[in-house]
Design a protein around this ligand. Structure first.
Ligand code: ATP
Length: 239
């Protein structure tokens, strides 16, 4: 099976210095996310989850450490090249959908492709495929305000996948949804990650959701600690 690493972080240190105070938020974080894998990132508020996602998403640089996206070391690329890799290889889903309100669902999925240089006709075709994948092909012409919270988040997932990324970064993707809708959106996200063979790094405070992902990594004192796999369901003893 093709399960190559889509994200590799090694020795990630992130130091903030403010008015003579030094804060080492990340102190040597290590992490690998493979194709088709969902990895949960948990930890208390302020532990550094968002900081780690920013670094993994090439929105920030670590103080020291190496970042590889789909096997390529991007640590020393200049800002222009990092932006290019980010557009081409990374999709983002946030707690709030951040769809452009004046555009239709389809246009919201078309736009990132056009920014990446894809022709309009191909971008439209792919947007329709993605909207079908998230079960919203009949709603493509609707603006976000006419969609439910779960539908908006499904469009945000379609948009994140618009440029066929290697890596999906999600920050509390179901945090703003009621439990039933959250369940549907999570199921859809899981199915898409498996099917598209994207690597997904998902920060969440929802431990129940985290346990259903392939692995759970907890941010503790600036490093990542892997939770032990859930014990297999007890096998009934033979009579
Ligand atoms: N630009 C910055 N300058 C100084 N300190 C920062 C900066 N960004 C984050 N921090 C600090 O780094 C620490 C980690 O913040 P971060 O947002 O990564 O935590 P988190 O685990 O994502 O929290 P939450 O679960 O509440 O979103 C916090 O103490 C925060 O104040």
């Amino acid at each position: 099976m093709n399960n190559e690493p889509m994200l590799e972080l090694s020795g990630i240190v992130r130091r903030f210095e403010q008015g003579g105070t030094v804060l080492d938020v990340l102190r040597g974080a290590e992490l690998t996310v493979r194709a088709g894998e969902l990895v949960a990132l948990v930890g208390p508020s302020g532990a550094g989850k968002s900081t780690l996602l920013q670094i993994a998403g090439l929105l920030e640089k670590p103080t020291t450490g190496t970042v590889r996206i789909a096997g390529t070391d991007v640590s020393d690329l200049d800002d222009g090249k990092r932006t290019e890799v980010r557009r081409r290889s990374i999709g983002f889903v946030y707690q709030f959908h951040h769809l452009l309100p004046e555009f239709s669902a389809r246009e919201n999925v078309v736009l990132p492709q056009m920014i990446a240089g894809v022709s309009k006709s191909i971008a439209k075709q792919r947007a329709d495929e993605l909207l079908r994948m998230v079960g919203l092909d009949a709603r493509g012409s609707h603006r976000p305000a006419r969609l439910s919270g779960g539908e908006q988040q499904r469009v945000a997932i379609a948009r994140a996948l618009a440029n066929a990324p290697s890596l999906l970064i999600a920050d509390e993707p179901t945090g703003n949804l009621d439990p039933h809708t959250a369940e549907n959106v999570f199921a859809m996200l899981t199915a898409i990650v498996r099917q598209a063979r994207v690597g997904a790094l998902v920060a969440t405070h929802n431990l129940e959701l985290a346990r259903r992902m392939d692995r759970v990594l907890e941010m503790r004192d600036g490093v990542l600690v892997e939770h032990a796999a859930a014990p297999e369901a007890a096998v009934p003893e033979e009579a």
